[in-house]
Structure formats: C-alpha cells, structure tokens
Design a protein around this ligand. Structure first.
Ligand SMILES: Cc1cc2nc3c(=O)[nH]c(=O)nc-3n(C[C@H](O)[C@H](O)[C@H](O)COP(=O)(O)OP(=O)(O)OC[C@H]3O[C@@H](n4cnc5c(N)ncnc54)[C@H](O)[C@@H]3O)c2cc1C
Length: 447
C-alpha cells in the first residue's frame, strides 16, 4: 500500500533519440521485487483469468519474483507463454488494464516483471529447447512466420508433429521484425528464439511465398494440416485527390524499409525523413512508430493527425474497469517530439509532382451517451493547409486476402490463425490464436 508504481521506465530522451536501441530500460531486481509486492494476490485475478489472451499466471509469477525465486517465476511464465521476450516488450498489457489495484490506484507492473523473468532465464541458461518426447507421425505446414505462425508451430511441434514453416521473407517474425521498430523490439531477440525453435525440430523455409514459389495445392497434398497465418498485408489507403503525388507512402513501406536497412538487408533506407516536414495521418500505434522512426532519421518537424476526436485523459465511462480503456495514449515516441491534432479530416493532397501539404477540415463528432464517437460532420469554414513534404498513411489494415487460395476449411485440413483470421490486432492475440488453432488441429487429427 505504501509503494508506488514506477513511471520512469525509459532511457533518457536525449540519449534514446540518437540511437535505435530499445527505449525501455530493464528494471533492477530490487525495483521489480518492490513492484511485484504491490500485487494483492486477488481471489479472482482478472489479469490472469479475464484479460490476458494467453492466461498468464500473473499473481503466482508476481509472488515468485517478490520472493526472488526467478527460476520458479520462469517455470510459471512458461506454462502459457512461449514467447515472453516479445510480449514483455510490445504488449499493451491488457492484464494491467484489468488489475484490481488499478481501480483505486495505479495497476501493478506486470509487463516489466515478465521482461525481467525471461531475460534472467535466458542469462541463466534456463531457456532450453523442448523437443517432443515422441513423434506422432503427422505433419503440418505453417504459412507465415509471424507471431501466429510461430505460436502454432511451437505448439504442434511440442505435441509431436513434424512442422515446416514457409515464409515469403528472408527472416522470421512477421511484423515483429519488419513492422515494429527496433527501438520497441530488438530484432536479435527473434534470432535468439529462432535457434531454440530450430533445435526443437521446427524447419523454416524462407523466401518462399505460398501461391508464387510453392503452390497451395502442394501443401494440402503433402501435409496433414495447413495453418495459414499470413497476417493482414493490405493497408488502408487514402484515396483523395493528389494521392499520386511523390512523397506519400503507406506507413509500412517506411517502417519496413528502416528495419531492413538496420538488419543489413539493404544499403540505405528507401524513404528518408531527414530534414523533412513529416505528416503522419492516423493516430494509432503504427502512426506513433512512424513518429519515432522519423525523429531518429532527423525529420525537421512531425505532425500526427487523426479524424477521431481527442480521447479523454482518463478511462472513458464507455469502457469501465476491467475492460480495455478507451482513453488518450501517449507513447514514448510522442514524448520525443511531435505535434498531435485530432478531429481533422483530410480532403486533398497539394503539390506539383511532390506533396507540399494536405488540405484538412475540422469535424465535429456525435457522441454516444457514454462518450463514444458515433459519426462526424464537417464544421464549415475550418479548412486549412497542413504543410508537409513527406506523408505517411497509418490508417489500419484491411482484412487479409488469400482466402480464395487457402480458405479456413478444417474439413480439408486448412486452418487460419492470427490477424488473417480475426483482423489486424495485437501480438499477444496472434500468439493466443496460433496456439488455440494448433491445439484444435492436434485434438482433431493429431491422435
Ligand atoms: C507498425 C506496427 C506496429 C505494431 N505494434 C504493435 C505493438 O506494439 N504491440 C502489439 O501487440 N501489436 C502491434 N502490432 C500488431 C501486431 O504486429 C500484429 O497483430 C501481429 O504481428 C499479427 O501477427 P500474425 O502472425 O497474424 O501476422 P504477421 O505478423 O503480419 O505475420 C504474417 C507473416 O506471413 C508472411 N506471409 C504473408 N503472405 C505469405 C505467403 N503467401 N507465403 C508465405 N508467407 C507469407 C508475412 O511475410 C509475415 O511474415 C503492430 C503492427 C504494426 C503494423
């Protein structure tokens, strides 16, 4: 009751904007011990039983950390989580939003504790490959090596399946590697995990696009089960006049280019924000990643605009505890320097050959009784030009294609998992989806 949650989990701002290393620092054992002591060991732990898609045993893990028993904490974490080094860095921590402590004070720090547990486990050599004791004679092809595909692969392999993962890119990880910036997730962590997966017997076939390099028919004939986990590769575009001008890009073109450059796959980032007036259209996480990337590339200025109204500073009454709160979120990238504006609709891009600005107009939102935005109307005489010579469109993703080639069809041995099954979401949900689908496959045809 006397201890407060630690707010300061970031490296100093001036230092971090000058490099691409993770912005968050690893908390010390002493800090984490104190933080986990804040856990009340609730009779009904919403963090574990309601919020975490993986069902992590949060109160038990917290108790083990508070007792300084990291080996036990790691054993508990491993019960449900196969990739804690990813979630402990980039999960929005649905668990913390449902923490009972969060009702009257600040929630217990759960994500940071997970990070210290898994990093301690790797350092101490406790993270070992777990190949199956017995092969079951069945084989599965996984299409896509993002979190959903990797999660399905590990679950099936540990149950005795021979697993081959086909990935169209040169590296595994999906958006973990090519979308999410290095300053949120260090890519060497994906390589570290890959070695363990391979030692468990999972086979990766890279640079292999299903439908182009390998046919879908071949997979269906050759394997007992096929898991399609290809994500949602089609980004939502903004088809307003002037869209054809130079300097307007989908957010992922920018983020992927920078990630591939840092990985040494290409010699220079294909889109460079150095000295540019950057405008990010879309106020979500992908937009925020464009902000942090532009800052590190040396942009002259960065503005992020959003058509939705500014969310409330505190949890909205439309999302009472323990729901995931609708509220204003300020990321580490936002704090690094960017102007944020809300309730602005983009009407047309301006410029000759290259973009020079965007004409925007303010919109008013009709709100539900609980304050949820329902529909918008233009506010007359509020048009203005936002100047920009580089624009990133970060407005979400359309539901994946590929259904025509490999539809969800369990009767014919084809399952879909992750974002391509449920729409663009979160890494932790993709992991849970891959695991659930794998368990379903094993239960149906594994025996
Ligand atoms: C910029 C950005 C930042 C994000 N930040 C966060 C965050 O901080 N926290 C969070 O929880 N979530 C975040 N997300 C969401 C998260 O990354 C996704 O929800 C998650 O990666 C989905 O996993 P997936 O395995 O379903 O798909 P993906 O990660 O998209 O993986 C799909 C894989 O399939 C491969 N593939 C596609 N087609 C084929 C084919 N025909 N043949 C072979 N391989 C194929 C792709 O190359 C890719 O590797 C972010 C998303 C974006 C775009």
């Amino acid at each position: 009751m006397t201890m407060k949650r630690i707010d300061d989990i970031y490296r100093p701002l001036n230092e971090r904007v000058g490099d691409w290393k993770e912005v968050e620092r690893l908390l010390s054992f002493a800090e984490m011990k104190e933080q986990t002591l804040r856990c009340m060991n609730c009779g009904e732990p919403f963090c574990h039983a309601y919020a975490c898609p993986l069902g992590n045993l949060v109160p038990d893990q917290n108790r083990a950390v508070a007792q300084g028993d990291f080996k036990k904490a790691y054993a508990l974490l491993s019960v449900n989580s196969d990739f804690p080094e990813f979630t402990s860095r980039i999960c929005p921590a649905l668990c913390e939003a449902s923490c009972v402590h969060g009702l009257d004070e600040e929630a217990v720090m759960i994500r940071q504790s997970e990070k210290l547990i898994i990093e301690t486990a790797f350092r101490e050599g406790w993270v070992k490959p777990c190949p199956p004791a017995k092969e079951n004679g069945k084989s599965a092809a996984i299409v896509g090596a993002g979190p959903a595909g990797l999660s399905a692969a590990v679950t099936l392999r540990r149950r005795g399946w021979a697993v081959t993962v086909y990935e169209r890119r040169a590296g595994i990880g999906g958006l973990l590697r090519y979308g999410i910036p290095c300053f949120k997730l260090d890519k060497t962590l994906i390589d570290r995990r890959r070695k363990i997966l391979e030692a468990e017997g999972i086979r990766f076939v890279l640079d292999a696009e299903i439908g182009r390099d390998v046919s879908a028919d071949y997979l269906v004939r050759r394997f007992d089960a096929v898991v399609v986990a290809i994500g949602t590769p089609v980004a939502r575009d903004l088809k307003i006049p002037g869209r054809e001008l130079g300097g307007i890009h989908l957010a992922l073109e920018f983020l992927e280019g920078q990630n591939r450059f840092l990985a040494g796959e290409i010699s220079a980032p294909p889109i460079d924000a150095k000295g540019k007036k950057v405008l990010v259209i879309g106020g979500g996480d992908t937009g925020s990643d464009c902000v942090g990337t532009s800052i590190r590339q040396g942009a002259a200025s960065i503005t992020q605009i959003e058509i939705m109204p500014k969310p409330p500073k505190e949890r909205s009454s439309s999302t009472p505890w323990p729901l995931w709160p609708y509220m204003l979120r300020t990321s580490s990238s936002h704090k690094e320097g960017c102007e944020r504006r809300w309730a602005l609709n983009s009407l047309r891009f301006l410029g000759e050959g290259r973009v020079e600005g965007v004409e925007v107009e303010q919109v008013g939102w009709e709100l539900s009784g609980e304050g949820r935005p329902l529909k918008f109307l233009s506010i007359p005489d509020t048009k203005e030009i936002v100047k920009a010579d580089l624009v990133f469109l970060a407005m979400g993703f359309l539901k994946s294609g590929g259904e025509d080639v490999l539809p969800h069809d369990p009767k014919n041995g084809i399952w879909r998992a992750g974002d391509c099954a449920g729409g663009a979401s979160l890494v932790v949900k993709a992991l849970a989806s891959g695991k659930k689908v794998a368990a379903e496959i094993d239960g149906t045809i594994g025996a």
